[in-house]
Design a binder for this molecule. Structure first.
Ligand code: 4NP
Length: 179
């Protein structure tokens, strides 16, 4: 299956991706850590920046959920650096692509994007799993109120989707001049 395309970067040769969930302690931190690692493994760390945030501010400043961290650590990732942040409308000025985990996040993020003067802003918001090569177009289910297996499922989705995303980011950057 052909990889879905990402919007062209605003600044040629550089790309900023924001991953967004509700609390920024489970799904988007896992996506952040995995995507950042895969970007580095692809030799794109100097061109692609990844940030994550939640639509809600309940956990701002806190490390990720201990079950998310344990799942990442067991798979060999560094889960220690994350601190939760809340998405602000001003972030849209710098983000080339905003990837939301579920439809509820999408509703909240599009509402925030529509506060901007720039009518193009909402066009940069996409579902994270639009890039899932195995089963595109769905949601990343919220594991917060469930068991450990929910975190394992999120990791599997996030790993295979990040692989496809890194390929799409590489294509977008190859098509734009840069440093
Ligand atoms: P996340 O999961 O959106 O994947 O970070 C949640 C984390 C916290 C809450 C809900 C979902 N909460 O209600 O505090």
């Amino acid at each position: 299956m052909a990889t879905a395309r990402v919007p062209a970067p605003r600044t040629p040769g550089r790309y900023r991706v924001g991953v967004v969930c509700l609390g920024n302690i489970c799904r988007s931190p896992m996506a952040h850590v995995v995507l950042e690692q895969q970007v580095a493994d692809a030799g794109l760390a100097h061109r692609v920046e990844v940030v994550s945030s939640g639509t809600a501010g309940w956990h701002v400043g806190k490390p990720m959920d201990h079950r998310a961290a344990a799942t990442l650590t067991a798979a060999g990732y560094d889960a220690t650096r994350h601190r939760a942040r809340q998405l602000e409308a001003g972030w849209f000025d710098d983000l080339d692509l905003v990837l939301v985990m579920d439809r509820s996040n999408e509703t909240d993020v599009v509402a925030l994007a529509e506060q901007r003067d720039d009518p193009e802003t909402a066009a940069h918001v996409r579902m994270f799993r639009d890039f899932d090569p195995a089963d595109p177009g769905g949601e990343v289910p919220d594991p917060y109120y469930g068991g450990d297996e929910g975190f394992t499922e999120v990791l599997r989705m996030v790993e295979r989707t990040s692989t496809a995303l890194v390929e799409a980011l590489g294509d977008a950057l190859a098509g734009s001049a840069g440093p």
